[in-house]
Ligand binder design. Structure first.
Ligand code: 5GP
Length: 188
C-alpha cells in the first residue's frame, strides 16, 4: 500500500530535528523513518531509534542489493540512506512516514514520491544565528563544525525547491507553523 510522506529538510542547526520530534510526539498519525548511517553513534542516541547504525561494509552490501530508496555519502565514509523496508513498514501500519534528511537526499525523495509527499524546508533566521547554534553544540569537533557551516550555507540556497518554508526564529512559532502545515496536508 502507498501512504503519504512528510519531508523536513534544512541545514544542521536550523532546528528541523526539534520540529520533527515535536510533531512525532504530538501527532499519532506520524511515524519517523529511521535512516541508516555509518557514522559513529552519539552518547544520547539509540540504535534502531535515531538511526540504524551500520558498518561501511554492511551499508555497501545494502546498496548493491538495491535496498535503499536513496543513499548518500554525506561526508567521506559517512553514508546515510533511507531503506525501502522502513517506508513499507510505516505504510503497513497506516502511518505517514516522516523524513529528516539532508537537502540532496530530500530532493531525491521528493522526486520519487511526487504528490504523496509534502516537503518542508526549515530555515534559521540568519547565517550568524546558525553559526552560533552550531558552535554551542558540543558533539562537533572544530573540523566538522566548519564542514557543517559550509554545507549549511550551500543548503540554504535550495530552499526555493521545497513546497513550504518555515523560518525557525522563535521555536514555539515554528512548531505551530509546522503542525498547521501537517494538518493542511493530511486533511486534504
Ligand atoms: P547527523 O550526522 O547530524 O545525524 O546528520 C548529518 C546529515 O545527514 C543531516 O543533514 C541529516 O539530515 C542527513 N541524513 C540523515 N538521514 C539521511 C538519509 O536517510 N539520507 C540522506 N541523504 N541524508 C540523511
Amino acid at each position: 500500500m502507498q501512504g503519504k510522506l512528510l519531508l523536513f529538510c534544512g541545514p544542521s542547526g536550523s532546528g528541523k530535528t526539534t520540529i520533527v520530534h515535536h510533531l512525532l510526539q504530538n501527532d499519532p498519525r506520524l511515524k519517523f523513518s529511521v535512516s541508516a548511517t555509518t557514522r559513529p553513534i552519539r552518547a544520547n542516541e539509540k540504535d534502531g531509534i535515531d538511526y540504524h547504525f551500520l558498518s561501511v561494509a554492511d551499508f555497501k552490501a545494502k546498496i548493491a542489493n538495491h535496498e535503499f530508496v536513496e543513499w548518500e555519502e554525506v561526508y567521506t565514509d559517512r553514508f546515510y540512506g533511507t531503506l525501502r523496508a522502513e517506508v513499507d513498514k510505516i505504510w503497513m501500519e497506516n502511518k505517514v512516514a516522516v523524513f529528516d534528511v539532508d537537502v540532496e537526499g530530500g530532493l531525491k525523495i521528493k522526486s520519487i514520491f511526487g504528490d504523496l509527499l509534502l516537503s518542508v524546508f526549515v530555515m534559521p533566521p540568519s547565517v550568524d544565528e546558525l553559526r552560533r547554534r552550531l558552535h554551542t553544540r558540543n558533539s562537533e569537533t572544530a573540523e566538522s563544525y566548519q564542514t557543517r557551516i559550509n554545507k549549511a550555507e550551500h543548503e540554504l540556497t535550495y530552499a526555493f525547491r521545497f513546497d513550504k518554508t518555515i523560518v525557525n526564529d522563535v521555536l514555539t512559532d515554528a512548531l505551530d507553523d509546522a503542525a498547521k502545515l501537517v494538518n493542511e496536508f493530511l486533511n486534504t
